[in-house]
Design a protein around this ligand. Structure first.
Ligand code: IDP
Ligand code: MG
Length: 143
């Protein structure tokens, strides 16, 4: 089944001019870019997007990092896109990430790990609607 997922190229990657390389990895792996925008998130955006982590010790640092520089937000589609993107990203901590994954190749550390991808169908629906409400509405991802 063709699925939609939300990807974010994070500030550490934008700062190091890795947008092109990361998008190449996505396209080489047959992800289609359905929507894309560059945005400098504000603290309330980051807090709301990552609300499930609000009790974690890294929450305030994560929100500061995600608002430190612009990000690239994308809706991607592919057969089984949610799981496929998580595989291509690799583990949260690049030290634990498999070879040839985006995080293994580009991430700096467990926080500055270059890319975000939705982790489930429910997350994908919520996250796509969070940044691309028109797309979510036209694709019946909002309910
Ligand atoms: P994920 O991005 O692989 O789904 P999550 O556990 O959902 O990982 O965490 C969200 C983001 O929070 C991570 O991508 C990373 O930027 C940051 N993060 C996760 N764990 C830690 C940590 O132990 N220290 C610092 N930052 C972390
Ligand atoms: Mg996550």
């Amino acid at each position: 089944m063709i699925e939609y997922t939300l990807a974010i190229i994070k500030p550490d990657a934008i700062k190091r001019h890795l947008i092109g390389k990361i998008i190449s990895r996505l396209e080489e792996n047959q992800f289609t870019i359905e929507e894309m925008k560059l945005q400098h998130l504000k603290i309330p955006d980051a807090q709301s997007f990552y609300h499930m982590h609000k009790e974690k010790p890294f929450f305030s640092s994560l929100c500061a990092f995600m608002t430190s520089y612009p990000v690239v937000l994308m809706v991607l589609s592919k057969e089984n896109a949610i799981e496929e993107l998580r595989k291509l990203m690799g583990a949260t901590d690049p030290k634990a990430a498999a070879p040839n994954t985006i995080r293994k190749e580009f991430a700096l550390n467990v926080e500055q790990n270059s890319i975000h991808g939705s982790d489930s169908k429910d997350s994908a629906r919520r996250e796509i609607a969070f940044f691309f409400l028109d797309f979510a509405e036209t694709h019946s991802l909002v309910y």
